[in-house]
Write a protein that binds this ligand. Structure first.
Ligand SMILES: C[S@@+](CC[C@H](N)C(=O)[O-])C[C@H]1O[C@@H](n2cnc3c(N)ncnc32)[C@H](O)[C@@H]1O
Length: 286
């Protein structure tokens, strides 16, 4: 097990997602037809027979806020990189698109997520999928590798988003494109920004739209735009929190006040853009 140069924020987020994955796997095991002994992650590592079972296992452990691949015209033989690949649902979808000649590389910092994604890829027979341990602020990938870069509800969790944007620009091939589903938020109260659970729930670390799009343009990306947007209602904010962290021993009254403060300020978006072919930028250093 490699140790990464993580900050307190990384460690807290990683712990929260280790626990959230465990709860998701237990939920899906107890909801399944064959009981907790055989289903969920244990069954994934023991090996399911059919690829669609791996997709179902990965889907049950997904913490997505969008569907970035729905906006990508990925072709057979291409290379897709997924930032913060979690239990691997988008990796499996990308593998279907690139086919056996293509490559899919997932990067995640959380060991439990990496183990789950590798198990799901193996079960699906998706041998073109690799899952690498690393930080999205320092991707363990050489420059100019990816035709497509995707990410699903992860960049908001980074304590250094400009570094992530610079890494995206470094790893994409000239002419390569990104499709990122993420959360943006306007005017969050300062006290909420310091709440570790709200941070891990993809809310407290979210930045405003102008800062997000501006950060992507600053590293040289072209055609940066939001192509889908869902502004969360109070019920949806409550559902996000409840889905990911319902069993985390939270005081529901505390969440009531958080939900009230957040209504209308938080949105799930899909952001698209491309690295120009003749880029004069090199990942934020121009
Ligand atoms: C909200 S989950 C999303 C997982 C996956 N994309 C999905 O749609 O289910 C966030 C994931 O990103 C990973 N992550 C968060 N911050 C990261 C960072 N700075 N570097 C690498 N991985 C990170 C977490 O370990 C977790 O697996």
């Amino acid at each position: 097990m490699t140790t990464l140069p993580t900050t307190d924020v990384h460690r807290s987020v990683s712990e929260q997602y280790t626990a959230a994955l465990d709860r998701a796997q237990k939920r899906s095991a107890s909801a399944s037809c064959c009981g907790p002994v055989q289903c969920g992650a244990a069954a994934a590592t023991a090996g399911y027979a059919a690829p669609e079972d791996a997709l179902a296992v990965a889907a049950a452990a997904s913490f997505a806020c969008g569907n970035p691949l729905a906006f990508a015209e990925v072709q057979p033989g291409e290379t897709v990189v997924d930032l913060g690949s979690g239990a691997g649902y988008d990796l499996l979808l990308a593998a279907e698109k690139v086919g056996p000649e293509g490559r899919v590389i997932g990067v995640d910092m959380t060991d439990a997520m990496i183990d789950a994604a590798r198990a799901n890829a193996a079960t699906a027979g998706a041998f073109q999928v690799q899952v690498r341990k690393g930080l999205i602020e320092a991707l363990p990938i050489a420059a100019d590798q990816a035709d497509w870069l995707i990410s699903n509800c992860v960049i908001n969790l980074s304590p250094d988003k400009p570094k992530v944007f610079a890494e995206m620009a470094r790893v994409l091939k000239p002419g390569g494109q990104f499709r990122v589903a993420d959360i943006i938020a306007e005017d969050l109260p300062p006290w909420l920004r310091d709440n570790a659970l709200a941070y891990a729930a993809c809310i407290a670390g979210a930045i405003p739209e102008a800062a997000y799009l501006g950060g992507l343009r600053a590293v040289g990306f072209a055609d940066v735009q939001i192509v889908s947007r869902l502004v969360y209602t109070a019920e949806q904010i409550r559902a996000v929190i409840a889905t990911d962290f319902a069993d985390a021993g939270l005081d529901p009254a505390a969440w009531d006040s958080i939900v009230g403060e957040l209504e209308g300020k938080v949105a799930s978006v899909t952001v698209t853009g491309r690295k120009p072919v003749a880029s004069t930028c090199c990942g934020g250093c121009c």
